[in-house]
Structures are given as C-alpha cells and as structure tokens.
Design a binder for this molecule. Structure first.
Ligand SMILES: Nc1ncnc2c1ncn2[C@@H]1O[C@H](COP(=O)(O)OP(=O)(O)OP(=O)(O)O)[C@@H](O)[C@H]1O
Ligand SMILES: [Mg+2]
Length: 371
C-alpha cells in the first residue's frame, strides 16, 4: 500500500478499490509496533449518502448486523466508527475480485464465455452455506433473528484468489420485524436479481434470497438475469435455453418458482438438491474458480487524484504534523513567558527595588518609567 491519503481512527486509508451506490471502499491497514500490519478494507459513506437518513441507518445496520455474523463464507465486519464527521466500516480485506467483475471480464473481448460450471456451482454452494447460517441465526434468547440479505447479487459476492467465496453487504438486510421499503418508498436491492415479492415491495423471508441466488447462478452460466418486470417472475424458457448440466435445470426451475411456497424452503434444502443431482464439484470447483479469478487483470490502483475525487476524502495530515503543532505551541508559550518576564524586569529595573512583591504591584499600578 502506498502512503495513506487519509487516517480514520486507527486505519490508514490507501488506494480506492471501488465506489458503490452509497460508499467508497478503500484498501487500508492497521499498523502496530515492531512492523505489525494488518490489511483491511474500509468502506466510507459518501458525503451525499451521509445526508440521507435512510442510508445512514442502513449503513449502521450493516455494521451492527455484520458484527454479529461470523462465518467463513461471509466477509467479516471488524469495526465501525465515525471520525471527522465520516462514518466508516472496517471489514476483512478480500484479496480478489467481485463476482460481477469476474463475469464482466468473461463477457469482454472477442471470446465472451460463461463461467466454468464447476466454479459456478462451487460459488453457489458457498453462498448457500453463508445464507443458511445467516437465515438460521438466533438471538441470545434463542429467537430467530429472521435475517434476510435482500441483495444477493454478483456485486456482493467476493472471490478471494485462493478460491474462498465471501458474501458481503448485509447493509440492507433486515430482521423479520422490519418493513421492506425505506421511508422514501424505495425498494432496495438490484432489480435484475430481485425475487417477484421483493420487486413488488412485499414482505420477504429467506426464500427471497434463495431466488436471488438462483438468478445469480443463471447469470454465472451465461444466462440473462434481467427480466423486464421482476415482479412477474422468471421465464422458465430461459432456464431451458441454458448451456449447463441437464441435472441442474429442474433444480433451477424449482428455485426460480414465482410462488415462494413452490421453491426450496431453506438454503440447506437447495444445497441438498444440488448435491443429490450430482452437482457438488467440491475441490475441482474451487480450483476452477482460482483459475478463473487468476485471469482477471488486477486493476491498477487509482491515482491519488481519483482516489480523492468524488469521495472527497480529506488528505492525511503530513507525517509528524502532530509534533509540528506541539512544537509551535511550545515556541509561542516560550515567547509569551519571555515577554512577561521582560515586561516585569522593564518595570522593576529603574526603581532598583529588592522587593519583588512591590515591583509587581508597581508594574500593575504605577505608570511605566518612560511614560
Ligand atoms: N471486504 C472487501 N474486500 C475487498 N474488496 C471489497 C470489499 N468489500 C467491497 N469490496 C469491493 O468494493 C466494491 C464496492 O462495494 P460496495 O458494496 O460499496 O458497492 P457495490 O456492491 O458495487 O454496490 P452497492 O452499493 O449497491 O452495494 C465491491 O464490488 C468490491 O469490488
Ligand atoms: Mg455491495
């Protein structure tokens, strides 16, 4: 990492990774004694977004909920803070690419192609494990939290270069008690991956996330995710047209049923159906994924200017500037002390008195010698 452009709390913020809808994500590090250093990703709420109460609430929810989640297939939230009026979230740094970047890369160039089906199934199984964990999470009294991610889409699936898959951004996830629309009436989530009930702004449960994951799987296999009207559901013809293992098609049709009661009822059930259809690629899937991620060119770190522009991050104070301020303060104080002493001496000397107390009094009450 280059020298930091900003310091937020204990985080030295470096290169901009990407800017999303409401926040910018930066590479960052926490430095400690003896050369200790831990890379992290820091998400900073954009200035415009920070003016919107709904967004600030979602960002805080993401931090709160993220802090409760601990699973190998979920990018961990490490910290949340506010410094200089900026809200930020520190996360585990995933050294790789997002699934959306991988899919874009595969579509680019002269030979557009889908993701290797083994890698796609490996990603789907990993996300199902993450969802199964989050959906089943209970509070301290054993009551289900009713967590729904609500934005399962390629943007929010991060792929580590070693083949680890991490679902992130529980920013708009809700517990069962929360309404699906924000106060401004906005339905949150990426339209192309939304379940029909989400697109209609209805109350959601875990089955909506499973639908979104099935659309994501279709997108990985080269299918068109977008439906003109997500509220009408997924056209089964699109599944038939997919170039994928035949055994996967009935599983996808079930996962993409319009009515939640016709779908898999839990992530575990969805996962089991894939395994029973002989669609669990295991280690071969991970290796295929590593190979695919390796081919995505590493984006060049954004220039300093780009990193600061848009995100409007204020530059870090120059190194050692704290010390500089302290020294300046000491010089000013020293100067004042000398000035006071000189003033006192200036009053007392011509009088030649020995009594400092009387000198002081004179200094206050008597006119000066040259007046
Ligand atoms: N923990 C992380 N480690 C590494 N990169 C990350 C991490 N979290 C996010 N990113 C990168 O930052 C990008 C932007 O993330 P962000 O969540 O802000 O926006 P988004 O997912 O693209 O859109 P949205 O604002 O709708 O969520 C991601 O696509 C990913 O490339
Ligand atoms: Mg995101």
């Amino acid at each position: 990492m280059r020298s930091p452009i900003l310091v937020l709390g204990k985080y030295e913020i470096g290169d901009l990774i990407a800017t999303g809808g409401m926040a910018a994500v930066y590479r960052a590090r926490v430095a400690g004694p003896m050369g200790f250093e831990k890379p992290v990703a820091v998400k900073i709420l954009l200035d415009d977004a920070a003016q919107d109460e709904d967004i600030v609430r979602m960002f805080i929810d993401e931090a709160r909920l993220g802090a409760r989640l601990s699973h190998p297939n979920i990018a961990s939230v490490l910290d949340f803070g506010e410094a200089d009026g900026r809200f930020y979230l520190a996360m585990e740094y995933v050294d790789g690419v997002s699934l959306s970047a991988l899919l874009k890369h595969l579509q680019r160039g002269r030979n557009p192609r889908p993701l290797d089906a083994r890698a796609a199934l490996f990603i789907a199984q990993s996300v199902l494990r993450a969802l199964s964990y989050a959906h089943d999470l209970k509070d301290a009294n054993g009551h289900p939290l009713g967590i729904v991610h609500r934005d399962v889409s390629p943007h929010n699936i991060l792929l580590d270069r070693s083949g680890a898959v991490k679902l992130c951004d529980f920013g708009i996830a809700t517990g069962a008690h929360r309404v699906e629309k924000t106060q401004t009436g906005l339905v949150k989530g990426k339209a192309a991956f939304m379940s029909p009930e989400q697109a209609a702004g209805e109350r959601l449960d875990a089955r909506s996330d499973l639908y979104s994951l099935a659309v994501t799987l279709v997108a990985m296999l080269g299918g068109e995710p977008a439906s003109e009207d997500p509220a009408r559901g997924f056209d089964p013809g699109r599944v038939d047209a997919l170039d994928c293992p035949e055994a996967l098609k009935p599983v996808l049709r079930k996962a993409l049923a319009r009515k939640p009661s016709d779908r898999f009822q839990s992530a575990a059930e969805f996962s089991k159906a894939l395994v029973e259809a002989g669609l669990d690629p295991g280690e071969a899937g991970r290796l295929a994924l590593v190979e695919a991620v390796e081919k995505v060119p590493v984006p060049k770190p954004k220039s300093r200017k780009e990193s600061r522009r848009g995100e409007d991050v204020r530059p870090a104070p120059p190194a050692g500037s704290d010390k500089g301020y302290r020294n300046l303060l000491l010089v000013v104080l020293g100067f004042l002390v000398v000035a006071v002493i000189l003033a006192l001496l200036g009053v007392r000397l011509p009088q030649g008195g020995d009594d400092p107390a009387s000198g002081c009094a004179d200094a206050v009450t008597s006119p000066g010698p040259d007046r």
